[in-house]
Design a binder for this molecule. Structure first.
Ligand code: NI
Length: 395
């Protein structure tokens, strides 16, 4: 009889990880309400033995594998929350919670990290330093769970951090990496245009906020198109326009809501000022009034070049060069950025789409699904990264 290697142990774990993922998929919980999920994660981790477990916030779990041998501290992060979506899939592990669904794959992230924790806990004898597993609540809803965990000290002493997202629009069998700017800062704005309501047949007696707000919407389009360096990524989208109640009443006010996505710090600071100037000018020109509010979203995800290259090299060794692809930056947001402010790290994508089997729906869609072979791939990659940083042949 031979001693099982980490590889065969990981292979044996594959079914368990899938089972965990399906359990979590059946029992999704919304951001900041992940009580049962956190309990499940903590209870599962407790069965591995040798992990120091804590609850930095009511619905997050931190697991520390402290080897007692000198070495770096490496952190891995999984987000654990679900979305307010009614699932429309028909597989046999659909959500049992009405109107709540793991439609972003965080069930997969959680299951994979449990698998990584189990594989490496079993082989703690060959590791140095410390491995930290962060099961983070509330990635989907501002202010996000990551900053709360940073404030609770989970990054203290961490030398590098790695996180992932399973990605349904990247075909399975691929790992996507991106050095530098990867995901944008997703900020939100709220504009109220206040006029004076009245009878729709007597517009001259009113200050109609609707045409004023419509002009605001159009004028805001010139910020990105006319004032931002064409090479610099930026998005400004007005996504809500609410006004009025019926056909013969001019309303008092119109409300606009939308999002601005940027990478550059100076640009991010400038755009709300430009927006307010435009809103002020247009509303004043028409004798209306305004309110302008801005809510900072997550900071942009900027991956460290060295850590990204290291994870990419490990992935190439594991899976072959052709399976590791370089991603384009996206204007989506991720609060993984909060950890990157504290230590160098990288956030990679694991391809989870399967066009041949119809697994192509985008994230946050009621028919979102993942190819579960992606779980095995990210499990192997996390374990190999841990060995590369803390293992016997560490580089
Ligand atoms: Ni997500």
């Amino acid at each position: 009889m031979t001693t099982p290697t980490l590889d065969t142990a990981a292979a044996a774990l594959r079914d368990q990880v899938v089972a965990w993922r399906r359990h979590l998929h059946r029992h999704p919980e919304l951001s900041f309400h992940e009580h049962e999920t956190a309990r499940f994660v903590e209870a599962t981790l407790a069965t591995f033995g040798g992990l120091e477990l804590s609850r930095p916030t009511p619905t997050s779990v931190l697991a520390r594998l402290i080897t007692g041998r000198p070495g770096p501290t490496l952190a891995f992060r999984a987000d654990i929350d679900a979305l307010p979506i009614q699932e429309e899939n028909s597989h046999d592990f659909v959500s049992t919670a009405p109107g709540v669904m793991h439609a972003c794959g965080h069930d997969g992230h959680t299951a994979v990290l449990l698998g990584v924790a189990r594989a490496l806990t079993e082989r703690r004898d060959i590791l140095v330093g410390e491995l930290r597993f962060i099961f983070q609540h509330a990635e989907e809803v501002l202010p996000g769970g990551a900053q709360a965990l940073v404030d609770a000290g989970v990054m203290e002493g961490v030398d590098l951090i790695v996180g992932q997202h399973v990605w349904s629009t990247l075909e399975h069998g691929r790992i996507g990496v991106k050095e530098g700017a990867m995901m944008a800062a997703p900020d939100t704005f709220f504009i109220t245009v206040r006029g004076r309501g009245g009878h729709a047949a007597e517009p001259d007696e009113t200050v109609d906020p609707i045409p004023v707000a419509a002009q605001v919407v159009m004028a805001l389009q010139t910020i990105v198109s006319r004032t931002v360096d064409p090479i610099e990524p930026a998005v400004l989208s007005v996504t809500q326009f609410h006004a009025g109640t019926t056909h013969n009443v001019i309303p008092e006010e119109a409300k606009l809501v939308g999002t601005v996505r940027t990478f550059d710090k100076a640009l991010r600071a400038r755009i709300p000022k430009d927006m307010e100037r435009i809103v002020k000018g247009i509303t004043e020109a028409h004798g209306a009034e305004y309110e302008f509010a801005w809510q900072d979203g997550y900071r942009p995800v900027i991956n460290d070049a060295g850590v990204t290259a290291r994870v990419a090299a490990v992935a190439r060794t594991l899976f072959g060069d052709e399976r590791v692809v370089t991603l384009e930056p996206t204007m989506g947001g991720e609060d993984f950025s909060a950890y990157l402010e504290k230590a160098p790290g990288t956030f990679f994508y694991t391809g989870a789409g399967a066009a041949a089997r119809g697994i192509t729906y985008p994230h946050h869609h009621p028919k979102f699904d993942i190819d579960e072979t992606s779980l095995d791939m990210s499990l192997k990659l996390f374990v190999a990264v841990a060995l590369d940083v803390l293992g016997p042949d560490r580089s």
